[in-house]
Design a protein around this ligand. Sequence first.
Ligand code: MG
Length: 252
Amino acid sequence: MHIARFYWNDKIQWGIVEGDDVYALDGGLFDDPSADERLCALSDARLLAPIDAHENKVVAIAANYGDKAGRDGPGIFMKQPGTVIGPEDSIIYPRIGVRIIHEAEVGIVIGKQARHVSVDDALDYVLGYTCVNDVSANELTNSDIGAGMSLRWKHFDTFCPLGPVIATGIDGDNLRIQCRVNGQTHVDGSSADMLWGVAELVSWVSDVMTLYPGDIIPSGCPGVDEIKVGDAVEVEIEGIGVLSNPVVADKD
Ligand code: MG
């Protein structure tokens, strides 16, 4: 099932996308919903990021691919609410940007309140998955306080495209992840290569902070590459869809 947050009929709402149509939710968003009456054609709805970033948080995972190298778990950082944008919204290239990179990631969407959940139970707290582009200013990684702890590099406005939908009923630990820039494939990986899987990530984060329904955990990226003003960036994840965003100059 594909759950979408969208603007239609002068209001923001949640619904279910089936084929070319959007349906109302029968049941609560976090209460095993199904499709109710047809609302509109998908082409008549404007899809939004599947989160209200001022109500819910984006807790991102750092360095979840590659070499484990004796670590006890992955890094955690927050994407500030102003980073969140939806499908087709513009990624604003920072005025001070030098090397801006894309990070295509599976976003884990939380379905019920989670605190100190075990790895064994963690998947019960997952509603589904969405596409994330954890855009980053690579040259600022170590620039202000060093050792990869800089907040600036992850937190420019528009640096967290999300969407286009939340897919339920798929295995988040085995999804193909692709990132294309101007139609050219830059990354082609799989969440099967994550160092820590979905259940471990949810459990790990829930030992630090309470997770609430609607929170999203970007789970790390299998590869990065540079993006520039004028580019069109697409994150495609198997079973979810394609998240497309243009990159524009900061003119304000
Ligand atoms: Mg990332």
